[in-house]
Design a protein. Structure first.
Length: 199
């Protein structure tokens, strides 16, 4: 079964079942950044993590607090034993190999150690970074800023991720980024990221 990027899930005549529309942990948070649904027995999230800029500041503090909530909820999801895909725009560049060589992003929230530590904490829980699992040596960028001809120069970042739970790792058959979509006229600055699971 193919899972499209963080905004869509492909299915054959089966409607996803909505599980939740908010990330638990802060009832005062009204930002729409998390959706969870079930399809074919798999729980799939749609994550839109806070950008966190400008860094440092209140927006970055919110980003880190939001990531801590996500990490706590991810622990609960793993404990449920269900097969799960944590899919979304994490607004985190996990490592230096996930961004083109440049110092222009050094003051950006997406590359700060605290943000990267939050992503690393998810992997420590036992989640598998699907795209990196299938493409250990390629950049696999998913985002190219509109400014400074970054698409034309392939000056990209990998910030869209599909993490799979332990039960799904063995069923992971493929993963990738549809770069051609980014080249289309009027395209988003993100390209679709996908995985294929044998379920």
């Amino acid at each position: 079964m193919p899972f499209g990027n963080y905004r869509t899930v492909e299915s054959r005549a089966i409607e996803p079942i909505l599980v939740r529309q908010t990330l638990p942990g802060d009832p005062t948070d009204k930002q729409a950044r998390y959706v969870e649904a079930a399809i074919h027995g798999v729980i799939v999230t749609s994550i839109y993590a806070p950008n966190g800029n400008p860094w440092p500041g209140d927006k970055f503090a919110y980003k880190i607090a939001w990531f801590e909530r996500l990490t706590r909820h991810a622990t609960e999801l793993l404990a449920s034993g269900h097969p799960i895909v944590l899919a979304g725009d994490y607004n985190v560049v996990p490592t230096s190999r996930d961004i083109y060589v440049s110092s222009s992003w050094d003051d950006n929230a997406l590359v700060q150690p605290e943000a990267r530590a939050g992503f690393a904490e998810l992997l420590k829980q036992g989640w598998t970074d699907s795209v990196r699992e299938k493409h250990p040596d390629e950049p696999m960028y998913s985002f190219w800023d509109y400014r400074r001809h970054r698409w034309e120069r392939d000056a990209g970042l990998r910030i869209d991720h599909l993490l799979v739970s332990k039960r799904l790792k063995a069923k992971l058959r493929g993963a990738g980024v549809d770069r051609a979509v980014r080249a289309m006229e009027g395209a988003s600055d993100h390209a679709p990221v996908w995985i294929e699971l044998a379920i």
